[in-house]
Design a protein around this ligand. Structure first.
Ligand SMILES: NC(=O)c1ccc[n+]([C@@H]2O[C@H](COP(=O)([O-])OP(=O)(O)OC[C@H]3O[C@@H](n4cnc5c(N)ncnc54)[C@H](OP(=O)(O)O)[C@@H]3O)[C@@H](O)[C@H]2O)c1
Length: 274
């Protein structure tokens, strides 16, 4: 029995696959994705096994990671049900793990039930920094997932970053920060680098310094436990240069824009869930 089957391994699934293959023997991981050429190069690099079909991948696997877009999830999952049933009939105890945004545990369980299958379901909301072991992964087990199902999953994902057990409501709200947030931060880093180029720095230096500065500032928040407002005050000398920049950001409603980005993604996610 394989430890995990990945159905899809694009931007997000690929990031998880990468780290999972570092934590357990890659021969224990099987992947299926329609683009065979991409699957072959991924498996050659990581050492995992490429399956010819989704059914073949899940027939003999414990954790089945559904890493497809929400729009195709129902069709893909429905197609896997007969093979999951065979898995069960052969004595396996497969667990479905979905990383899809906006697809609830109840929806996943209903799709399985329609196909006459009752297996534990767990939702995970990861982010792409998981690719380098710096992710934050929110994990919400469904009501039929046991403690062993949860701990087995956390063992598989241990190399991905910080794992946090949450309720489904927290997962859906938290995805606006954890899942979508990296895009907001990349935009910020790119904008800082643009500013650096405008004042005469090379693109490469401006970008590296901006990214390292964001890493350091984030670590200050995490490691000191201080309020970000206090940390900001510690950088701003009276009448100095930094406060002039902060004032400019306030004038441009930077704070409101960042908060609004979180609110809008939450609204979109809640529409997707319906
Ligand atoms: N991107 C993020 O930062 C992020 C964060 C949190 C959660 N998520 C969630 O992660 C999921 C995947 O997003 P993504 O950004 O990784 O998308 P993506 O890069 O487009 O990857 C989608 C994957 O699905 C595969 N796929 C498509 N049709 C399939 C089928 N019929 N059977 C099996 N595999 C199929 C694709 O394989 P081929 O390329 O081989 O066709 C590809 O590997 C989404 O549900 C999203 O909500 C994403």
């Amino acid at each position: 029995m394989k430890q995990a089957a990945f159905i899809g391994a694009g931007n997000m699934g690929g990031a998880l696959l990468e780290r999972v293959c570092q934590g357990v023997p890659p021969a224990d991981i099987v992947l299926y994705r329609p683009n065979r050429a991409l699957g072959e190069s991924q498996c050659a690099r990581l050492g995992c096994t490429l399956a010819d079909s989704g059914e073949a991948a899940v027939r003999d696997a414990k954790y089945v990671f559904l890493c497809v877009k929400p729009q195709v999830l129902k069709d893909v999952l429905t197609g896997l049900i007969p093979a999951l049933r065979e898995n069960q009939a052969a004595g396996g105890a497969p667990v479905l793990v979905s990383i899809a945004a906006g697809v609830t545990l109840e929806t996943l369980e209903a799709i399985l039930k329609e196909g006459g299958l009752d297996i534990p379901v767990i939702r995970v909301m990861p982010n792409t920094p998981a690719a380098i072991g710096q992710g934050i992964l929110l994990i919400a087990p469904g009501s039929t997932a046991g403690e062993a199902d949860y701990t087995g999953l956390t063992a598989l994902l241990a190399q991905c970053g910080l794992l946090e057990r949450v309720t489904q409501r927290e997962l859906d709200l938290g995805m606006s920060i954890a899942g979508c947030g990296p895009a907001f931060v990349y935009l910020f880093i790119e904008a800082l680098a643009d500013g650096g180029v405008q004042i005469g720095l090379s693109r490469a230096k401006a970008q590296t310094w901006a990214a390292q500065m964001v890493t350091g500032a984030a670590q200050m928040v995490l490691q000191t436990g201080k309020h970000p407002g206090q940390l900001k005050d510690e950088v701003c000398s009276p009448g100095g240069t930094t406060i002039a920049g902060v004032a400019e950001l306030e004038k441009m409603a930077f704070r409101a824009a960042a908060a609004q980005a979180v609110i809008k993604t939450a609204e979109k996610n809640s529409k997707l869930s319906k």
